[in-house]
Ligand binder design. Sequence first.
Ligand code: MOS
Length: 683
Amino acid sequence: MIGAPMTRVDGPAKVTGTAPYAFEHPVEHPAYVHPVQATVARGRVRNVDTAAAEALDGVLAVLTPGNAPRLASTEDRELAVLQSDEVAFRGQLVGAVVAETSEVARHAASLVEVTYEVHEHDAALRADRDDLYAPDKVNPSFPTDTEQGDVDAALAAAAVTVDETYTTPMEHNNPMEPHTTVAVWAGEELTLYDSTQGVHPVRKTLSSVLGVDPEHVRVIAPHVGGGFGSKGDQHAHLVLAALAARRTGGRPVKLALTRQQMFALVGYRTPTIQHVRLGADADGGLTAISVDVVEQTSRIKEFAEQTGLPARHLYAAANRRTTHRLAALDVPAPSWMRAPGECPGMFGPEVAMDELAGACGLDPVELRIRNEPEVDPDSGKPFSSRNLVACLRAGARRFGWDGGSRARRDGEWLTGMGVASSTYPVHALPGNSATIRYTADGRYRVEIGAADIGTGTWTTLTQIAADALGVEPDRVDLRIGDSALPPASVAGGSSGTISWGSTIVETAHVFRDKFGDDPGAGDEARGDMPANPDSERFAMRSFGAQFAEVRVHADTGEVAVSRLLGVFATGRIINARTARSQFLGGMTMGLSMALHEHSVLDERFGHVVNHDLAEYHIATNADVADIDAVWLDEADPHVNSLGAKGIGEIGIVGTAAAIANAAHAATGIRVRDLPITPDKLLR
Ligand code: MOS
């Protein structure tokens, strides 16, 4: 059962349109909310003239900083919605209209006249700013800086060095389903139908912000149309929906952000400036790895992307250093975007490795194999399993890397091949419980408040439960996506299936110990995620290798990825079908990052100008040619009872570097600043 390519349990409901997403949940006589956003990047709201909006037929209320209900906690300033007149970034919520229809709400919002006291703002990220600071930690709780040995001395003594700066731009998550919340108050009880990566995390945050007993907040999210991290943490619209529903006094409200609103309100991947220095002996053995990162955060809330992290774990070198410095700007707060840290943090170092291979006259695959560490270079602990070298070798064979030139000319097209490594940590998040109940119809009801954000949780948890109970999957009745179910951690950090799954396995053990294989109707057991005694003894990470073939038009610089192969070693695969979909999805998002994605922030206004899908380019079918993902059979007895490592994010890690390296092989032009647009490939 485990590993089988079981088709999606939720497939029929999805394709027949009966799987309810947040906005579609039927509620009694709903009203609709439309936000009003700040049009200045820094200042104060002087006055809000609501007269024209209120005069419109169908308008029920206009919320302003002056009249909005008060929150119990304003500690998280991103969530302190309408609690003060301060404007901290352009696009911040400064009001909202509640109306009979979404059309009236939207029109009325456009009639709200906000006047501002405008202060000078600063939205310019540069590495030479004099106000850069070191955060106390980087996301979620890693040390900001690390240093082993003497990097400067090692670089000075190295036979070969690379010393370059690489940049990745601001990027925005664009799940197909926008961020949506339906809020219903019944007295002091709040129900939210929310598009979220975690119902229990939403309950926790909202109950503390609103000052309501968590037992009085229920969050429901059976199906979610993508999140990629932007629905993993809580954002301002969620609080706005709850406040608006307070104002309607029991009438439910529905709020769906527009695509353009998402570009200011739900986080983004911070832009990064990565100064990478590598030192090696003449044979390509690394003696020094140094990564100094500068990136932005917001003035109201710190988010420190852990961009230096992957370089801490990937290759052996006696002298190593990573640092992170932040510029706090008048911009929205950055947040999670698929593989925060690892994704941008593998671009600079993995392009630098390609440059080092060139400088040493070595095959880039061979260079990486030569620098395989014995133990985790950062902690000195053994890896629970590490198969980077096997991934590189298998990928090289499969991709046709060896034997012959990796660059050729095909008429007007220059073709080249590139490679990069992938890595992602194994995260198991605490706070998970499950219940299993044998019901009168002879089925096992398995309950846990997990999330399926399109990844396949409905299916994989059904498989895991069936396997642990020793029954067919059709005898498992899984229930997820509701905070009334036993607590579950967020679908983030590629932790979901392993955290929830090992909790279900444990619960099944408890159940079978208690009731055996022939239970009676009503028998029920509860279990908690077991502690892993090996988690302190081993470094636990997934690894992979990404191979890309790129075609560049000699005259126009047009660039296309003709082939992409990912080979991954991520422990045991739970479902071959949904796993492949996760890998391919991650790689496609990496291709998108390599060639297209770039949120263009106009520093003069603090505003992302290409804030919709017409102008923020994302890879489409036409961009994805021959793409394949495979994995090695990797048995890891230490990671957890499933032997699985989590696969949601590693697919995006390293892809952009492999593509940049392939573009260099094709053209001889080294692009160190993403995205790789045609202008950068013209001499
Ligand atoms: Mo993912 S960025 O950890 O939700």
